[in-house]
Design a protein around this ligand. Structure first.
Ligand SMILES: Nc1ncnc2c1ncn2[C@@H]1O[C@H](COP(=O)(O)OP(=O)(O)OP(=O)(O)O)[C@@H](O)[C@H]1O
Ligand SMILES: [Mg+2]
Length: 290
C-alpha cells in the first residue's frame, strides 16, 4: 500500500445533501487546489446527480476506499484513472451497490441507495454499467439482449422494447447484427451492444469500467466514438479508462485515484499537462511511456 499524500485532515467538512455537499465535495480531492469549473455541458447547468460522501470500504483488512468524496453533476463526464488496485472498479461498483460500503453515503438524484428489495432494483435501473468483459447473454440474440431488461424489470411491452432496441442498435452502429448471437460479433460490436443494452433501461448515469481494455486496437475507436457521442448528447458518465484521447475529447474532469483515495482532480488538459501530485506525475510517466 502506497503512503498517503492526501490526508483526511485537509478535507472540508461534509454534509450529505444539497448545495453545501456539492461545493464541499467538489473541492474535496485537493482542498489546496483551484479546481477549474468542471461543469460545462452545453445547456446543462448540472445539479449533483451522484454524490459519494465520506465513503469507506474494506475487503477484510484491506482498506480499498478511503473517505471518498465525489460529486458527479448531471451531464458531466468524469474520467477516473489510477494505478491497478487503487479502487476504481470498487468505486464504480458501489454506485449501483454491486458492492456495499462500510460507512459514508451514496445518493443518486438526491436519494440514498437502498440496501435491498424493489427500491434497490429501481435505483439500479438508473445506473447503467458497461464492463470490460461485455457480459452479454450468450444464448440470446443481440436484439433480445437489449430488450430483456426493459421487458423483465420495467414491464415494457415486447413490441415497444423491440422498437426502442432497434433504434439503440442503430445509434451504436450494429443494427444489422440484431438477429445474431453475441459470439458471432467482434469484440467492438459486442461492446457497442452492451452499451445499447445499458441505454435501453433509460439510465440517469452510465458507468464504464475499462470498456475498451479487452478490445483489439482497431476496435477501440469504434467504441470510444459511441461514448464520445453519448457524452456530447449530455449523458452523465463516469468512465474508468486510461484512454487519454477520450478524456481529452469528452471529459469535463479527470479524477485520479491511488491507494483508495481521490488524490487529485482537474480538467483533462490541466491534469495531463500539469499534474500537481507526485503520485499523479509518477503514474502518468508510466502510462505515457508504456
Ligand atoms: N471482492 C474482493 N475481495 C477482496 N479484495 C478485493 C475484491 N475486489 C477487489 N479487491 C481488492 O481491492 C483493491 C482494489 O481493487 P479494484 O478492482 O477496485 O482496483 P482497480 O483500481 O479497479 O484496479 P485495476 O486497474 O487493476 O482494474 C485491490 O487490492 C483488489 O485486489
Ligand atoms: Mg478495475
Amino acid at each position: 500500500m502506497a503512503d498517503t499524500a492526501v490526508t483526511s485532515d485537509d478535507q472540508p467538512d461534509r454534509t450529505t445533501a444539497g448545495t453545501t455537499a456539492t461545493s464541499s465535495t467538489a473541492a474535496a480531492a485537493g482542498s489546496t487546489q483551484d479546481r477549474p469549473d468542471a461543469v460545462r455541458s452545453p445547456g446543462s447547468p448540472g445539479d449533483p446527480l451522484v454524490v459519494l460522501s465520506g465513503v469507506q470500504k474494506h475487503f477484510g483488512p484491506l482498506h480499498v476506499l478511503r473517505d471518498i468524496d465525489l460529486t458527479i453533476h448531471r451531464g458531466e463526464v468524469v474520467v477516473l484513472i489510477g494505478p491497478s488496485g487503487s479502487g476504481k472498479s470498487t468505486l464504480c461498483r458501489t454506485i449501483n451497490r454491486l458492492e456495499t460500503i462500510d460507512s459514508g453515503s451514496i445518493t443518486i438524484d438526491g436519494r440514498e441507495l437502498p440496501a435491498e428489495g424493489r427500491e434497490l432494483a429501481r435505483l439500479r435501473a438508473d445506473v447503467g454499467m458497461v464492463f470490460q468483459s461485455f457480459n452479454l447473454f450468450a444464448h440470446k440474440t443481440v436484439l433480445e439482449n437489449v430488450t430483456l431488461g426493459p421487458i423483465k424489470s420495467k414491464g415494457v411491452k415486447s413490441s415497444q422494447a423491440k422498437e426502442k432496441a432497434t433504434q439503440l442498435l442503430e445509434r451504436v452502429g450494429v443494427a444489422n447484427q440484431a438477429g445474431k448471437l453475441p459470439a458471432q460479433l467482434s469484440g467492438g460490436q459486442q461492446q457497442r451492444v452492451a452499451i445499447a443494452r445499458a441505454l435501453a433501461m433509460d439510465p440517469k448515469v452510465m458507468l464504464f469500467d475499462e470498456p475498451t481494455s479487452a478490445l483489439d486496437p482497431e476496435m477501440i475507436n469504434e467504441v470510444l466514438d459511441v461514448m464520445v457521442s453519448l457524452a456530447r448528447e449530455g449523458m452523465t458518465m463516469l468512465v474508468v479508462t486510461h484512454e487519454m484521447g477520450f478524456a481529452r475529447r469528452a471529459a469535463h474532469r479527470v479524477v485520479f485515484m491511488d491507494a483508495g483515495q481521490v488524490v487529485e482532480q482537474a480538467d483533462p488538459e490541466t491534469f495531463f499537462t500539469a499534474p500537481r501530485s507526485e503520485r499523479a506525475r509518477d503514474f502518468l510517466s508510466k502510462i505515457l511511456t508504456h
